[in-house]
Design a protein around this ligand. Structure first.
Ligand SMILES: O=P(O)(O)OC[C@@H](O)[C@@H](O)c1c[nH]c2ccccc12
Length: 482
C-alpha cells in the first residue's frame, strides 16, 4: 500500500543522507539558522480563513500535475495574491519535490514556509530547519504516540510550528493529547485516496475551539471553500487546484472569497422531499427543520431520517450535501441533544429565550436567535456570541417591511461588523440582494419569503439562491482573459 511504500522509501533515503551528514552535524546546522517565522501568527486574525498554498509538481493519487512548475515563481505568485503560508513538498519520488525548492522559496518569500514530507525521524526535523523551513507536517497515521510527542517536542525546541495531520476521530484525539495547536484534517484518505468531504464536519467538533484547524485536500471551487468555512476553520491547504490553474491569482481569489466573503444560505422549514431536492440542487448550504410543535412547518424529529432518505438529491448531491439544522424553541438541553444525535443534526438553532448556560450544554454548534431591537442589544448579543457558534438576527416580519426595513438593516449591519451573523426575517428573492449589500451578513435565513400560501414554492427557492449566488460572481480578471 502507498503509505507503507512511501515510508519505507523515505527511511531508505534517510539512511543515505545520515551517512553524508551525521545527526550531530545536522543538528548544528539547524541551530545555526536564523529564527524561524511563526506559522501560528500567520492565522491571525482567526476570524478569516487563510490559505496555505502548496508547491507540488505531482502526487501519487493524480500523477503529474505540473511537472514544469517553477517553484520560486509559483511561491511568489502565491504570496503576492494573499497566501499566508507556503507548503513545499520535499519528497522526491512520489511528489517530485526537493529540498532545494524549499530553500530557494524561503529566500524568495516573507511568509512562513512549511516542509511537507513524511517525517518519521528527528533527523528530518533538524534537516527541515537547516534547509530554512519554519514549520513541518506531522502525519498521525504514520506515527505512534511516542514519536508524535517526540517529533513535536524537537520541532518546538527549534521554535518550529507543527501542522499535525489527522484522518479520523481517533487520530484527532491523539493530536490533541500530543499538545498540537495547529491541526489539519485531511479529507483525502492516504490509503485509498478517497475524498470524504464530510470528515472535517465530523472531526471539527472534537477539536478544541482555541486550536487552529486547517482543512486539507480536494478544495477546488468557491463552493468547497464555502463548505469548509462552516466548520470553523482558520485555514485551508490547497495544492492541486492551484498548480493546475492557468490563472493562479484568480483561483486564489475564488477560494479566499468563497471562504470569507460568500453568503451562507439556510433554507428553513422544509417538510417534503421535493423541496429538499430543489434546495440541494439550487446549492443551499443549510437545510432547516422546525421542531416547534405550534408551527405550521413543524416536523416530527423522528421522521427526519426518512424524509432525507426519500430526498434523492440530498443522498447524491453533485457537490457536498448541505448541513442539517434543527430549530428548537425553549426545549431542555437533554431533549435537544437526544434529538440532535438521533436525527443526525449538524447544528442546533435555539429560537426561544434559552439562556447562555443552556447554549453551553448543547453538544452541537449552536445558532442562537436573538431579537435585535436597538444598539443596547449589542451587549446581549455579545454574551450569546461567547457561548454559541453563530447568532441569527431575528426581527418580527412586520418590522422588515416598508420604511422600517432600512433602519433595521442598518442595525443588523452594525451587529454584522461585530460578529458573523445569519440575517433572518422577511427575506425574499426580491430583497435578499439589497439585504446582503447593506448588511454583509455571514449568512441569510429564509422561510416565509420562499412560500406561496404557507407552502414552500420550488420556483421561489431557486430564485432566492440564484439571487444570492449572483452577488458572488467573481469579476473576470485580466489574466483569465488572455
Ligand atoms: O492537492 P490538494 O488536493 O489540494 O491537497 C493538498 C494537500 O492536502 C495534500 O498534498 C496533502 C495532504 N497531506 C499530505 C501528506 C503528504 C503529502 C501530501 C499531502
Amino acid at each position: 500500500m502507498f503509505l507503507e511504500r512511501i515510508v519505507a522509501q523515505t527511511l531508505k533515503d534517510l539512511e543515505q543522507r545520515k551517512q553524508e551528514i551525521p545527526l550531530e552535524e545536522m543538528r548544528r546546522l539547524a541551530m545555526a539558522q536564523a529564527q524561524p517565522r511563526d506559522m501560528l501568527e500567520a492565522f491571525e486574525p482567526r476570524s478569516r480563513v487563510k490559505l496555505i498554498a502548496e508547491v507540488k509538481r505531482a502526487s501519487p493519487s493524480k500523477g503529474l500535475l505540473a511537472p514544469n512548475l517553477d517553484p520560486v515563481e509559483t511561491a511568489q505568485i502565491y504570496e503576492a495574491n494573499g497566501a499566508a503560508v507556503i507548503s513545499v513538498l520535499t519528497e522526491p519520488h512520489f511528489f517530485l519535490g526537493s529540498p532545494t525548492f524549499l530553500t530557494a522559496i524561503k529566500g524568495a518569500v516573507s511568509v512562513p514556509v512549511l516542509r511537507k514530507d513524511f517525517i518519521v525521524d528527528e533527523y528530518q526535523v533538524y534537516e527541515a530547519r537547516s534547509w530554512g523551513a519554519d514549520a513541518i507536517l506531522l502525519i498521525c497515521a504514520i506515527l505512534d504516540d511516542e514519536q508524535l510527542h517526540h517529533l513535536h517536542a524537537v520541532a518546538n525546541q527549534l521554535r518550529m510550528r507543527c501542522l499535525v495531520e489527522v484522518h479520523s476521530k481517533e487520530e484527532a484525539q491523539r493530536a490533541v493529547a500530543a499538545g498540537a495547536v495547529i491541526i489539519g484534517v485531511n479529507s483525502r484518505d492516504l490509503v485509498t485516496f478517497q475524498m470524504n468531504p464530510y470528515l472535517l464536519r465530523d472531526i471539527r467538533q472534537l477539536l478544541p475551539n482555541d486550536c487552529v484547524v486547517i482543512a486539507e485536500s480536494g478544495i477546488h471551487t468557491a463552493a468547497d471553500a464555502r463548505r469548509i468555512a462552516r466548520s470553523n476553520v482558520q485555514g485551508m491547504l490547497v495544492g492541486e487546484s492551484l498548480v493546475v490553474s492557468n490563472d493562479i491569482p484568480g483561483q486564489i481569489q475564488t477560494l479566499l472569497s468563497g471562504a470569507n466573503q460568500s453568503t451562507q444560505v439556510k433554507i428553513c422549514g422544509l417538510r417534503t422531499p421535493d423541496h429538499i431536492n430543489t434546495a440541494v440542487e439550487a446549492g443551499t448550504d443549510m437545510l432547516g427543520f422546525i421542531f416547534h410543535e405550534p408551527s405550521h412547518r413543524y416536523l416530527l424529529p423522528s421522521t427526519l431520517p426518512d424524509l432525507l432518505a426519500a430526498s434523492a438529491r440530498y443522498q447524491q448531491p453533485t457537490t457536498g450535501a448541505p448541513d442539517l439544522v434543527g430549530v428548537f424553541v425553549n426545549k431542555e438541553a437533554a431533549y435537544i441533544n437526544e434529538v440532535a444525535e438521533q436525527a443526525g443534526l449538524h447544528f442546533v438553532q435555539l429560537h426561544g429565550n434559552e439562556s447562555p448556560e443552556l447554549c453551553q450544554q448543547i453538544k452541537r454548534p449552536v445558532i442562537k436567535a436573538i431579537q435585535f431591537q436597538n444598539l443596547e442589544d449589542l451587549s446581549l448579543a455579545q454574551a450569546y456570541q461567547e457561548v454559541s457558534w453563530r447568532l441569527l438576527l431575528d426581527t418580527p416580519a412586520s418590522q422588515w417591511g416598508g420604511t422600517g426595513k432600512t433602519h433595521d438593516w442598518d442595525l443588523a449591519r452594525i451587529a454584522a461588523q461585530h460578529f458573523p451573523i445569519l440575517l433572518a426575517g422577511g427575506l425574499s428573492p426580491e430583497n435578499v440582494l439589497a439585504a446582503i449589500a447593506q448588511v454583509h451578513p455571514w449568512g441569510v435565513d429564509v422561510s416565509s419569503g420562499i412560500e406561496t400560501n404557507k407552502q414552500k414554492d420550488s420556483q421561489k427557492i431557486r430564485a432566492f439562491l440564484a439571487q444570492v449566488r449572483s452577488s458572488e460572481a467573481r469579476p473576470i480578471s485580466l489574466t483569465s482573459l488572455s
